[in-house]
Design a protein around this ligand. Structure first.
Ligand code: UD1
Ligand code: CA
Length: 457
């Protein structure tokens, strides 16, 4: 029977080199904390338990993952990766296999982890050959090519630094053996720390079997110790995420300019123009098009929806093909039906726009229900806020709101009602009638313009 898998994620480091108040493992990649990516990759292995060692900013880290089933372990002093691992061992079943990984390697995927997570040697390590090996531990081998240890860069001789095989920091081992090696660690090294990586030498010396798996995709194992490395990771993440969209059948006018910070589900033949940002949970139905410079956050856009350039949408749902923008700002609770149209400089919030309804120019629609086919003229404002509470505006089907009208909520405009331009509507406007609420126009006959007085002197 195969052994249960237990995972230890090392996340107690403060990440001094980040120069930040945020704990390192909460630094975002693709809009989510590094640790979130790791937890997702680990979950794919279906481990028995996930232990996470925390220290710096531990409360903040815990809170960020409240909804996950994680065994949190405190490391009160930062004495090194070996010391951190030791803190988690009391919670580990000695009959299990343990996978240990650093919290700052967010691009690693489940299939790469499974190279080392599966049973095999007493100790398995994951190595890679990065284009720049600086900062990583180097894999030491004997004349026969057997792995005999890992040398941290700060302890390495010049010839050891020339080694291109780098330690990913990810290893797996039999729990009982690992516990024994950890007990024998010392901190006699350049950093005065208990290195987890010294377990490799201890394992080799004890005659245990040690295997190094070379990852075929080195980018997945890049670590982030500082903001330069974080920026490299971000780029790599973006390239991977946009690559997946292309594979899914999305056209990206310029993949390198698209920003992805969340999860995106797409239908067929979606078109995304340059400089578009997609954040949170985004769903784009078949043939949705997003114009240049759009920002789309937590939106569900039905097939055929067209968003024109420089529109910002958050928490928007469209239920049929409709048109939005350019320069529209749609806030949470906006819902647009088939054939509806929102034009330039229109803001919308908590408002439902019925099928075929239109608001084409310079309008604010807040807390409103707008019936099918209604036409909202330029400059219309729903006055939804009285300074204390929000109120609803209801506009019936095929109503016509003249330009520059203020609809003071709560208020109801009947079906097919017409509101004269420039009206301030404070009471219900009956269906089918023309309602005007503005000063009547008059002409003063024979009035003449004042003339400038001649200068005195
Ligand atoms: C580590 C490895 C190095 C490897 C590299 C891969 C050691 C000694 N070195 O170096 O061989 O090439 O990762 O990215 O293991 N942590 C704790 N408590 C501590 C110290 C660290 O929890 O006392 C955590 C950190 O939060 C981090 C992880 O362990 O998530 C790795 O520590 P870090 O300082 O980043 O190690 P590296 O110098 O990158
Ligand atoms: Ca690191």
């Amino acid at each position: 029977m195969s052994k249960a898998l237990e995972v230890i994620v090392l996340a107690a480091g403060e990440g001094k080199r980040m120069n930040s108040r945020l704990p390192k493992v909460l630094q975002p990649v693709g809009g989510r904390p590094m640790l979130a990516h790791l937890f997702d990759a680990v979950a794919g292995l279906q481990p028995a338990r996930v232990h996470c060692v925390i220290g710096s900013g531990s409360e903040q880290v815990r809170q960020a993952f409240e909804d996950r089933d994680i065994q949190w372990v405190e490391q009160h002093e930062r004495l090194g990766t070996g010391h951190a691992t030791i803190q988690a061992m009391p919670g580990i079943d000695s009959g299990s296999r343990v996978l240990v990984l650093p919290g700052d390697t967010p691009l690693v995927e489940t299939r790469t982890l499974s190279l080392v997570a599966t049973e095999g040697a007493d100790l398995s390590i994951l190595e890679f050959r990065p284009s720049d090996v600086t900062g990583y531990g180097r894999i030491l081998r004997d004349e026969d090519g057997r792995v005999v240890g890992i040398r941290e860069e700060k302890d390495a001789s010049e010839s050891e630094r020339a080694i291109g095989e780098a330690n990913s920091g990810i290893l797996s081992a039999r729990a009982d053996l690992l516990a024994g090696w950890l007990e024998r660690l010392d901190n006699d090294n350049a950093q005065g720390e208990y290195y987890l990586t010294d377990c490799i030498r201890l394992a080799a010396e004890s005659g245990a079997s040690v295997q190094a798996h070379l990852a075929d995709d080195p980018e997945q194992l890049l670590g982030a110790n500082n903001r330069r490395q974080l920026a490299v990771l971000e780029q790599a993440f973006q390239a991977r995420a946009t690559g997946r969209l292309l594979d899914a059948g999305v056209t990206l006018a310029d993949p390198s300019s698209v920003v992805l910070r969340g999860s995106v589900e797409t239908g067929r033949d979606v078109f995304v123009d340059r400089n578009v940002a997609l954040q949170g949970q985004v769903r784009l139905g078949d043939e949705v098009t997003l114009g240049i410079g759009c920002v789309i956050v937590d939106c569900d856009l039905a097939a055929g929806t067209r968003v024109h350039p420089y529109s910002v949408l958050e928490g928007v749902r469209t239920t049929g093909a409709c048109q939005i923008g350019p320069f529209a700002r749609l806030r949470p609770g906006s819902e647009l039906a088939e054939g509806s149209r929102i034009g330039n400089f229109v803001e919308m919030k908590n408002t439902r726009l019925g099928p075929g309804a239109k608001a084409n120019h310079l309008t604010y629609l807040g807390d409103a229900e707008i019936g099918p086919g209604a036409n909202i003229g330029a400059g219309t404002i729903t006055c939804n806020y009285d300074g204390a509470n929000k109120h609803t505006t209801r506009i019936g089907a095929d109503a016509f709101i003249g330009s520059n009208s203020a609809l003071v909520a709560p208020v109801k405009i009947g079906e097919k009602a017409t509101i004269g331009a420039g009206s301030v509507i404070t009471q219900a406007a009956p269906a089918g009638e023309l309602t005007l609420a503005r000063a009547r126009q008059k002409t003063l006959e024979g009035w003449s313009r004042p003339v400038r007085k001649p200068p005195r002197d």
